[in-house]
Design a protein around this ligand. Structure first.
Ligand code: PMV
Length: 301
């Protein structure tokens, strides 16, 4: 069986599309893939998402499956892929990249990490159009790192960061949100300053994490949420979740991933239970996780 990590972007989403740095880490949730042989066109089944497609189907996920099999040059016949997923879909936690990486590893078991990323990227492009590559890098390599489009993922030598995650339950697509930010950037020079400020927050966070000054993270999260909201990718629900976390004693909170829905993260060491309780009382699903996981969780199969 193969594995792809889910991820949390601590700082720098959207800015990373424009070449700025982002700080992100893998979580101990992700996608475990089983491969078996089958007759006819290759298939992908993800029961947790109620999804079953074959290479012969007309479906966006079938497009991604075909792109991935073609990138791996393994043909489109005879492979049944079955995914066990412990990540919500379309929540900004890197679920599509985790599926793509677990699939890439299943079809090219001997390939090195760079090649896995290349194969998985072919599938990601079907969903995201112009992905920065951060999701695929984390899904492949795990750990905590500073990512740039030019230099890829540079590991940050720091302990995993305890984070609370809330799921807004609001549907959105990354591609729409990336397009929204593009329109903002094209429409006003102030938006590009916001992108640069988001990159600066990520650089500062990387420095804080590697020098043990992790308490600076809260302030940086809050500032980044403000910039992301000004770029138009927050929602009233995401803002309310951020506010709820702060009321519960978190030192900072922000949307994570593309926004427009999806997830909110909060950093508040020692206040995780209060944040969880507050979010649950508001009616949202929430969980705690360590950001910076380096190994897949034990399989129970
Ligand atoms: O797909 P998500 O929600 O994990 O967002 C990915 C992060 C973005 O910076 C918004 C897009 C990208 O390709 O980096």
């Amino acid at each position: 069986m193969t594995w792809g990590f889910g991820k949390v972007i601590l700082l720098g989403e959207h800015a990373v599309v424009y070449g700025q740095p982002a700080v992100a880490g893998a979580v101990d949730r992700g996608v475990r893939m089983r491969a078996a042989t089958c007759d006819g066109a290759s298939t992908l089944t993800i029961p947790a998402w109620d999804l079953a497609v074959s290479c012969a189907d007309e479906h966006p996920v079938a497009d991604a499956l075909r792109a991935l099999l073609d990138a791996a040059a393994v043909g489109r016949q005879g492979l049944a892929l079955h995914a066990d997923v412990t990540l919500p879909a379309a929540a900004g936690l890197g679920s599509s990249a985790a599926v793509a990486v677990a699939m890439a590893r299943a079809v090219a078991p001997e390939a090195p990490a760079e090649r896995i990323e290349e194969i998985a990227d072919a599938a990601e492009r079907c969903f995201h159009g112009n992905p920065s590559g951060i999701d695929v890098a984390l899904a492949t390599r795990g750990g905590l790192g500073l990512y740039t489009r030019d230099d890829g993922l540079a590991p940050i030598d720091a302990a995993p960061v305890p984070i609370v995650v809330a799921l807004s339950g609001e549907p959105r697509t990354t591609a729409d949100m990336v397009a929204r930010v593009k329109a903002a950037v094209e429409g006003s020079p102030r938006a590009m300053q916001r992108i640069e400020d988001l990159g600066a927050c990520a650089t500062r966070a990387a420095r804080a994490l590697s020098s043990g000054a992790v308490d600076r993270l809260g302030g940086l999260l809050g500032r980044a949420h403000g910039e992301l909201a000004s770029l138009g990718v927050s929602t009233p629900v995401l803002d309310a979740l951020v506010e709820g976390a702060l009321i519960a004693g978190a030192s900072g909170a922000k949307l994570t991933g593309a926004g427009g829905g999806g997830a909110v993260i909060a950093y508040g060491p020692g206040r995780e239970d209060e944040v969880l309780e507050r979010w649950t009382a508001m009616g949202y699903q929430a969980f705690t996780t360590m950001v910076g996981a380096t190994s897949a969780p034990e399989s129970d199969t």
